[in-house]
Design a protein. Structure first.
Length: 406
């Protein structure tokens, strides 16, 4: 899940890049990564949640009329016309998740053109929005007032959520307390919650030093908003076809995982997985048995050819060591001996090519330097050595030659 918070309309001009605050979360509980990026550099995700900043929203408490779904929007236009500062046709409405006809409910309103423009730009950038949520919304009855200080652009804000509504004001100057008093939230209640995002903590402490502010990371603010039940994508504000398809697929997955009607299918799938795991375990046991049989054959061959070997710890290694001893006793150089490595280098050198100027032998590998040959020739020498079954590496004009270890 990718959760985005856009800038306010006043924080960017026409043609300017949109910078979003964002957080990514696998399950919506904790943020795996977060940051601030322009639209083109935002991470991609199959689920994109747009968090509308509090200053861009207004809240209206109404009794929801009993009207057909097709006419409900027009009824709300007439009901809220006197409360709006703009023409109802320019405003987008969204009802609370628990809205019921004939009962009091909250209506969230925002600039329709601005919100539609955000959705279009995100879809054009390959980040179609699947859900729209408010950054702050009214809290349930009996819940303490929740104050959140945050920054949008260069302006710190204070959003206060209560069962009676949401108040938003700039977090600066003496007007902050006056605004809280007007809403009846000052003096502060003992159980009030005061949270501040990092960018607004200092202005919050300066504006309201009497309050004990609790720092809240930006990522946690976005996660809290996305965890709410609100979805502002209602009425004529339709999401993209891709977003709707994504919602349908996620719903199908949730149905398959949790719907009781699919319980038998889930049990069948679980049985199949257990059977597959059992088959893999059987195959692994058979493979292990074959390896044990091969090890027994090698150990038997070691004891047969070298009966003086008492304890067998690693039959291939011990057999190699015994062969080296026999070779040394007969005077035949081993592949890793200096003479054998030098002979291999001689065979790899092109005719007429001068050899190295320096050499260093440590008993296992040969390091050759001081070459007068060009890099292309050294590359050919390396390839010729590798063709002889040796390990050859070039590094800063030095050629290291050694026998590949078994």
């Amino acid at each position: 899940m990718l959760i985005l918070r856009p800038p306010l309309p006043a924080d960017h001009g026409a043609g300017q890049d949109l910078w979003f605050d964002w957080v990514r979360s696998a399950h919506g509980q904790t943020g795996e990564e977060h940051g601030q990026s322009p639209l083109a550099l935002l991470p991609r995700d199959v689920e994109v949640v747009l968090v509308v900043p509090a200053p861009a929203l207004s809240w209206h408490h109404v009794v929801l009329p009993k009207a057909p779904a097709k006419r409900l929007r027009a009824v709300l236009d007439g009901l809220l016309e006197e409360q709006l500062l703009a023409d109802p046709g320019e405003v987008h409405f969204a009802l609370a998740p628990d809205a019921r006809p004939g009962q009091a409910t909250w209506v969230c309103a925002c600039d329709r053109g601005w919100l539609r423009g955000l959705l279009d730009r995100l879809e054009s950038a390959g980040r179609p929005v699947t859900r729209i949520v408010p950054s702050v919304s009214p809290v349930p009855e009996g819940t303490p007032v929740r104050h959140v200080a945050f920054s949008q652009g260069a302006q710190p804000w204070l959003a206060s959520a209560h069962a009676l509504g949401v108040g938003v004001q700039p977090l600066a100057g003496p007007h902050v307390i006056a605004g809280l008093q007007a809403w009846g939230w000052w003096p502060a209640a003992a159980d009030a919650v005061w949270l501040a995002e990092p960018g607004a903590l200092q202005p919050a402490e300066q504006a309201l030093p009497e309050v004990r502010w609790q720092p809240q990371p930006l990522a946690q603010s976005l996660l809290s908003a996305a965890a709410g039940r609100w979805n502002l994508a209602q009425f004529d504000l339709s999401l993209s076809a891709g977003a709707r398809a994504g919602q349908r697929w996620r719903q199908r997955i949730r149905t398959l995982l949790h719907d009781p009607a699919w319980r038998a299918a889930r049990w069948g799938l679980a049985t199949l997985v257990v059977a597959l795991i059992g088959g893999l375990n059987t195959a692994a046991w058979l493979q292990e048995r074959r390896l044990a049989q091969k090890s027994a054959v090698i150990e038997s061959l070691l004891r047969e050819q070298f009966p003086h070997v008492g304890v067998v710890l690693d039959a291939p290694v011990q057999m190699t060591q015994e062969l080296r001893r026999l070779r040394a006793a007969s005077g035949v150089p081993a592949p890793q001996d200096l003479e054998a490595l030098l002979a291999a280098v001689g065979r790899a050198l092109p005719a007429g090519q001068a050899g190295p100027g320096t050499l260093d032998y440590d008993g296992r590998s040969l390091l050759l330097g001081g070459w007068s040959a060009p890099a292309e020739t050294l590359g050919s020498v390396r390839d010729a050595l590798q063709a002889q079954g040796l390990s050859a590496r070039l590094d800063a004009g030095l050629l290291r030659v050694e026998v590949d270890q078994p």
